[in-house]
Design a protein around this ligand. Structure first.
Ligand code: VGL
Ligand code: ZN
Length: 204
């Protein structure tokens, strides 16, 4: 059996109902996520959580761009950037991992989006692919060949993490029933799934 790891993508209060950037139906992913995390942990495999972890002055927040609104797309140092409501601010309740995720199941937490000048949808590196988070190194140290993912949101952090995993040469398996999307445009999640499939992500 190849070594596997499970990545829980951004299962944080702000992406759950009532949160600052609530993903519709986001709470439905928590139970299947916990179930899979238990299975991986019981098999001695690595369970990792990513955590969106922004400073209050982060450049992805609409409030930090006077005259611009949530949902607008701006150019940020040459990358197109969707403007979001302020979310997952470092040390806030909204940034905490969902309370229903048993912390003893999670061996590593990978924080991302910490640089105010650039967003980071992928758990591996920022949107400009300038800086790595250390996740790839961690997986390789543990001999992981196959990365399983689930979480929020299908059309942003899940998609970018899965595409990066493929780019880095990991076998990549997405647990679709444990993912939900933002769907700023109707169909974004479906298109994201198709893009992942095209890149060689196995969708189960
Ligand atoms: C995410 C938008 C902004 C995500 C994070 O976790 O998918 N989306 N920050
Ligand atoms: Zn974010």
């Amino acid at each position: 059996m190849p070594r596997r790891a499970l990545l829980l993508v951004d299962l944080q209060n702000d992406f759950l109902p009532g949160g600052a950037l609530a993903v519709p139906g986001g709470d439905a992913v928590v139970a299947p996520a916990v179930e899979l995390a238990r299975q991986f942990a019981a098999a001695g495999e690595l369970v990792i959580a990513s955590q969106d972890w922004h400073p209050p002055d982060h450049s992805s927040f609409a409030v930090n761009h006077p005259g611009h609104k949530v949902g607008e797309v701006i150019d940020l140092h040459g990358n197109s950037q969707v403007l979001w409501p302020a979310h997952c601010v470092q040390n806030s309740f909204g940034a905490q991992l969902a309370a229903a995720i048993p912390r003893q199941l999670v061996q590593h937490v990978i924080q991302k989006g910490t640089d105010r000048e650039i967003d980071s949808y992928s758990a591996f590196f920022d949107n400009g692919q300038l800086r790595a988070t250390g996740l790839a190194g961690l997986l390789r140290e543990h001999g992981v060949e196959e990365l399983h993912l689930l979480g929020l949101a299908t059309d942003y952090c899940v998609k970018f993490s899965a595409l990066a995993a493929r780019q880095l040469g990991f076998r990549t398996v997405l647990h679709q029933q444990a993912c939900r999307g933002v769907n700023l445009q109707p169909g974004d999640s479906e298109r994201a799934l198709e893009e992942m499939r095209q890149a060689g992500v196995a969708i189960v």
